[in-house]
Design a protein around this ligand. Structure first.
Ligand SMILES: Cc1cc2nc3c(=O)[nH]c(=O)nc-3n(C[C@H](O)[C@H](O)[C@H](O)COP(=O)(O)OP(=O)(O)OC[C@H]3O[C@@H](n4cnc5c(N)ncnc54)[C@H](O)[C@@H]3O)c2cc1C
Length: 386
């Protein structure tokens, strides 16, 4: 284990890996990435890999635009196919409030030339006959959205970072952050101290505990979401987009010959990673599925998992330098969008370290100080219930 480094990244999920890669790409050689378990074992390994443009704030849409561009060139740049499948996203509004969110997003998305359509219920049924649209006011559909493979993308970043000299350690926990005056000085790990002028908090749902090591309050809460899998199901012909029932906070997409279904999301924060063994969670998911797609009546849930969303108070990430502590950078609180926004998050943190500022984007909506300054910027287009 090194005794010194230029940058220590705490967290070996998609965000830490992207930052490591983007630092290597800029020629930063002495970078150490610490992962307390195995790479990708946190939220990254439990996410659905969804990539979309449909958000309500310009900064999220800009993040998606840059990230999709990066994913399109991922194989050429990193030598691994990220498996980006454009199946489209269909958001359904069943209440006037949800309808208003989709309606007001439309003009914003069109101003970025994103091909989104608002669809009447009849048109939804014409395109996807198995969908029950009896309670639907409208849908918002973009065919350019879809999903990619979290494992492939993670390994692409990690291998790219390692080729650039980054040292990656699994099973090594950051246990303390040493501060000298107003400057970060070192990270204490389960395998010794690493002196460094830069520390990046990329600890996903554990962001607050890593912040606390430096005496910094990070407003990120871990919220459990359960996901269920089904056995192969061939009674539903034709393609299906990634479908999100906004009001119900439920979603579904195909996975191989079966489906992935959203299970319930907890209201209270916790680090609970167990899948409920009782019937309640499965029933919630199955009832939503049958309501929206009656042809799933013979579907059989055969397993699943639970993961943690890393939720910030306004569902926007917390990115950048924390005032009062030089050298401590946050890349936290992606609120369920961290996989898709990992390319741009990695680039921005690397620019802040290597160039002292970011180019091309105003990232003030992600400022770590916005909560104290009461400049919250809510994002209603989330895949989780609020
Ligand atoms: C069910 C579910 C579905 C999702 N679907 C999507 C989706 O479709 N699209 C999308 O963009 N996002 C999705 N997300 C969100 C996405 O998974 C996260 O935003 C993203 O993975 C966050 O990456 P991360 O690297 O910040 O966190 P993580 O992947 O959790 O990585 C953080 C790592 O830090 C490590 N760590 C913590 N503390 C320490 C320490 N002290 N020392 C060393 N290591 C430490 C942890 O072990 C962990 O591996 C989903 C999330 C869930 C739960």
């Amino acid at each position: 284990m090194e005794k010194g480094a230029e940058v220590v990244i705490i967290g070996g999920g998609i965000i830490g890996a992207s930052i490591a890669y983007h630092l290597a790409k800029r020629g930063m050689r002495q970078v150490v990435l610490l992962e307390k378990e195995n790479l990708g074992e946190g939220s990254t390994g439990r996410c659905l890999g969804g990539i979309r443009y449909q958000f309500s704030t310009p900064i999220h849409i800009r993040f998606s635009l840059e990230s999709v561009h990066f994913f399109a060139g991922f194989q050429e740049e990193l030598g691994i196919d990220p498996g980006f499948k454009k199946i489209g996203y269909l958001f359904l509004a069943t209440t006037p409030q949800c309808f208003e969110i989709l309606r007001s997003n439309l003009a914003l998305l069109h101003s970025f030339c994103i091909p989104v359509e608002l669809l009447e219920p009849e048109e939804i049924r014409r395109r996807w006959p198995p969908l029950n649209v009896a309670d639907v006011i409208c849908g918002s559909y973009c065919p350019e959205e879809g999903y990619a493979g979290p494992h492939e993308v993670l390994m692409g970043y990690i291998q790219g970072a390692q080729r650039g000299g980054c040292r990656v350690y699994e099973g090594v926990e950051a246990r303390g952050i040493v501060v000298d005056g107003d400057q970060v000085a070192a990270v204490d790990t389960s395998q010794g101290r690493i002196c460094c002028p830069w520390v990046v908090n990329a600890a996903g749902p554990y962001a607050a505990s890593v912040g606390a090591m430096a005496g910094i309050d990070i407003a990120v809460k871990p919220i459990r979401r359960q996901i269920f899998t089904t056995t192969p199901y061939h009674r539903l012909p034709g393609p299906l987009p990634l479908l999100i029932d906004l009001e119900r906070g439920w979603y579904i997409r195909r996975e191989g010959e079966g489906f992935l279904l959203a299970g319930p999301q907890d209201e209270k924060p916790s680090f609970n990673l167990t899948l409920d063994s009782g019937l309640e969670a499965r029933s919630w998911s199955a009832e939503n599925a049958l309501h929206r797609i009656p042809a799933l009546e013979a579907m059989e849930i055969n397993g699943g998992w639970a993961g943690l969303y890393e939720i910030s108070p306004d569902q926007h990430a917390i990115l950048g330098q924390v005032p009062g502590l030089r050298g401590f950078l946050c890349a936290n609180g992606f609120s369920g969008h961290g996989f898709m926004h990992s390319p741009v998050a990695g680039r921005l943190i690397a620019e802040l370290i290597c160039e002292g500022a970011v180019s091309a984007l105003d990232i003030s909506p992600f400022s770590p100080t916005r909560f104290q300054e009461k400049r919250l910027n809510p994002e209603p287009m989330t895949a989780f219930r609020q």
